[in-house]
Design a protein around this ligand. Structure first.
Ligand SMILES: Cc1cc2nc3c(=O)[nH]c(=O)nc-3n(C[C@H](O)[C@H](O)[C@H](O)COP(=O)(O)OP(=O)(O)OC[C@H]3O[C@@H](n4cnc5c(N)ncnc54)[C@H](O)[C@@H]3O)c2cc1C
Length: 365
């Protein structure tokens, strides 16, 4: 059976050794046992079609696999499936500076697309800590969000067109990179976020945009949770926010311990807000400083720091972005829960009560 698969691709692109099965068969989750039959690495949409037809004929289940940075076990092969990895489909092509679009094979690493955009004075704005290994196909399959959602939205907002191989081996070309497409159902949006259950994304045309003028990062120390929304409201009303992230002192403590990074200031606050603004005019920074003063006068903020250089901005970001990495040495039990922005503090208070009561042995990071 696997010989035929080797014939469709090539012998060296069908892996069955123990290490590869273990490596390709799982994602970032640690507690789910892996049981993959083989790993296949197609090089084209045509090969993916052949693999699907082979799987149907041999009644073998297939698991699409990207950078395997998912945290929910969705890319894990647990029942003798064949893992279809997109590692060999990583070409970037057909850049169009007028449409500001570029076509990526599914296995293009998120950071490679970001770098490609930068080289062309543009921005691919979906960004998160797993950028160095997650793939565009995986980002689309999970509708990844990340740290700039507040300004730029989710992966869904940046997909102009898709090529998909369905479970029957049919190839769908969805949306053809159009801005307005009134020709029928937009199945592109059904595929985005479908976690590999509806087919294989083999190629995607992604939109790019103008990069922000300059970024300025602030960290604010916040004593009380209810102040967070007041600060959010004050800043969004007056400034072009690129990011607004909140984390706890416990999260900061984990990061500082594991990375050796400095705390942003001496005051130990219960919560911290990292906010990034587009510093697009002389008055922007002045407005930001005035807002900081207002927030301090109101008792919402007890200390703060502003990045003085790009490298300090990167370090500030690491205090937020390295939380996953810093807690991964333990056995993190993660959820990806969405609530309306205005309900976040109320939600956190309720969650904290429940977790403290029901799971006293947990560190709620
Ligand atoms: C440190 C860290 C930080 C993270 N931060 C964020 C964050 O801020 N926001 C966020 O949304 N996520 C975040 N994630 C989760 C994860 O990185 C994203 O969900 C990412 O989009 C997954 O991409 P991947 O290529 O690693 O996909 P994988 O983990 O390989 O797969 C994820 C799902 O997509 C399917 N899939 C993969 N490729 C394809 C394809 N070509 N066709 C069809 N289905 C496919 C898989 O079967 C699986 O169901 C983070 C993860 C880590 C480790």
């Amino acid at each position: 059976m696997l010989d035929k698969l080797k014939h469709i691709t090539s012998p060296e692109r069908v892996l069955t050794d123990k290490e590869s099965l273990e490596n390709y068969g799982k994602d970032w989750t640690k507690h789910i046992p892996v049981k993959a039959l083989a790993v296949v690495l197609p090089k084209s949409t045509e090969e993916v079609v052949e693999i699907v037809l082979w799987a149907r004929e041999n009644k073998v289940a297939l698991v699409p696999s990207g950078g395997r940075t998912g945290l929910s076990g969705a890319a894990i092969a647990t029942k003798g499936e064949v893992v279809v990895s997109f590692d060999k489909m990583n070409k970037i092509s057909d850049f169009d500076p007028i449409d500001k679009t570029v076509t990526c094979e599914a296995g293009v690493i998120t950071e490679d697309l970001q770098n490609f955009a930068k080289e062309n004075s543009l921005l691919y704005p979906v960004d998160f800590a797993a950028r160095g290994s997650s793939q565009i196909g995986g980002n689309i399959a999970t509708n990844a969000g990340g740290i700039k959602v507040i300004k730029y939205g989710l992966t869904r907002d940046w997909v102009a067109g898709l090529t998909v191989v369905t479970g029957t081996g049919e190839v769908l070309h969805l949306n053809n990179s159009l801005v307005k497409n009134a020709s029928g159902y937009d199945l592109r949006h059904l595929i985005i976020g479908s976690e590999g259950t509806l087919g294989f994304i083999t190629e995607a045309t992604m939109r790019l945009t103008r990069p922000p003028a300059a970024e300025q990062v602030f960290i604010l120390g916040v004593p009380k949770l209810d102040a967070v929304m007041n600060i959010f409201k004050a800043y969004t009303e007056k400034l072009p926010l690129l990011a607004f992230e909140m984390f706890t002192d416990m999260a900061l403590e984990y990061v500082v311990k594991s990375t050796g990074l400095q705390r942003p200031f001496e005051t130990k606050s219960k919560y911290y807000i990292l906010l990034e603004i587009e510093n697009d005019s002389d008055s922007t920074l002045e407005t930001a400083m005035n807002l900081f003063e207002t927030c301090t006068e109101n008792g919402w903020v007890e200390d703060g720091a502003i990045s003085q250089s790009p490298s300090q901005a990167t370090d500030f970001w690491r205090l937020r972005e390295d939380i996953s990495e810093a807690t991964s040495a333990f056995e993190p039990y993660k959820n990806d829960v969405s609530v309306r922005v205005s309900k976040v503090p109320e939600f956190l208070v309720q969650m904290d009560e429940i977790l403290t009561r029901e799971y006293p042995q947990f560190d709620v990071v």
